[in-house]
Design a protein around this ligand. Structure first.
Ligand code: AHN
Ligand code: ZN
Length: 333
């Protein structure tokens, strides 16, 4: 029964692989080549490009499930990942929200070297919150948000990484998963605001029904709110519980790359997010790079779940710190 609902479309196959192996020198490289490269140059993350990918998402309007702007953005993300990766999978499903709304969700997955069993999973949520329930103005409590930071920033960093990977030959398998329905969690003014499992609906579905049965990866990295000015990333609770070695590895790499002002070696809170379900249901040790700060009531960045989560709050240096750190992780594996 599940398989009928689990509507997976494989967009491109091996044909794309050969084309995607064009490297930056313009020479065609055979993916079956036994010649080993001994010098690997780590590509430079381009934060202008990542910023542009945020702008493109914002321009569709709020990416709230069931809205036309959501559908249009899904098409854009699918086409973009299809240009950069070897294979794109679209996973469509429906889920019931906390208020009974039936949501049409789309998880979008771009895979590099799909045949390699040695893989890394990178993820972010692409949907945006349907209501600004943390807005200082109560008139906005039911207004959808732009989600420049909360949503678009993580996706943009992953699209830029996909672009870089399309120009570089790598051996390792990489899956970029854009989850839907992360931010439809229970409204803070709702009668039952501590209802379980109302967040991260797309990743709950994927974790129980991965795009490839028995899907596995060595580890996973989730990006959430990675674009604000003066962002601070602390050791998130579930990440430390399920994947302490990955947290240490990533924070260490960030420090060696010169980003210790962003990646702080301090304990953060436990955040219910996509990585929780990947750990719980798929047993893939997955961490969350998420902006947490002590100065706000909710512990997130100042404009979290407000109508002010807009592109003017995005800082290219922050995008670069996160993007280059993740690129360095991929290339040191
Ligand atoms: C909770 O507030 C329970 N989780 C936050 C996860 C989240 C929302 N990330 C972005 N938006
Ligand atoms: Zn959110």
């Amino acid at each position: 029964m599940n398989l009928l609902i689990n509507n997976i479309i494989i967009l491109s196959t091996l044909l794309i692989t050969t084309v995607a192996c064009d490297n930056s020198t313009g020479k065609k490289e055979n993916s079956n080549s036994i010649k080993k490269e001994n010098k690997v140059t780590i590509p430079s993350f381009n934060s202008d490009s990542a910023y542009y990918y945020i702008k493109r998402q914002i321009d569709f309007g709020p990416r709230v499930p069931n809205m036309s702007s959501h559908k249009q953005c899904a098409k854009y993300l699918t086409e973009t990942l299809n240009r950069f990766s070897d294979t794109v999978y679209i996973q469509e499903t429906t889920a019931t929200a906390f208020d009974g709304t039936n949501l049409n969700l789309i998880n979008i997955i771009g895979s590099f070297n799909p045949e390699n069993r040695n893989r890394i999973l990178l993820a972010a949520h692409w949907d945006t919150r349907p209501f600004a329930d943390k807005d200082p103005n109560p008139d906005n409590f039911y207004t959808p948000i732009d989600g420049a930071n909360d949503g678009a920033s993580g996706v943009a960093v992953l699209l830029e990484i996909a672009r870089l990977l399309s120009k570089t030959h790598i051996e390792i398998g990489v899956d970029i998963i854009l989850f839907d329905g992360e931010d439809y969690g229970v409204h803070s003014k709702h009668e039952n605001k501590y209802k379980d499992d109302t967040w991260a609906l797309g990743s709950q579905y994927w974790s129980k029904n991965p795009h490839i049965s028995n899907y596995n990866a060595r580890f996973g990295i989730l990006l959430d709110m990675v674009g604000a000015y003066e962002a601070t990333f602390k050791h998130e609770g579930y990440s430390m519980y399920y994947a302490p070695n990955i947290v240490r590895k990533v924070w260490e790499t960030a420090r060696h790359s010169g980003f210790e002002d962003y990646f702080i070696n301090r304990k953060g809170g436990f955040i219910m997010d996509d990585h929780y379900y990947i750990n719980k249901y798929r047993n893939i040790p997955t961490i969350n790079i998420i902006h947490q700060e002590a100065s706000t009531e909710h512990g997130f960045f100042k404009y979290w779940h407000t109508t002010e989560d807009t592109i003017d709050k995005i800082c290219k240096n922050t995008l670069n710190a996160v993007g280059q750190t993740v690129v360095n992780i991929i290339f040191q594996e």
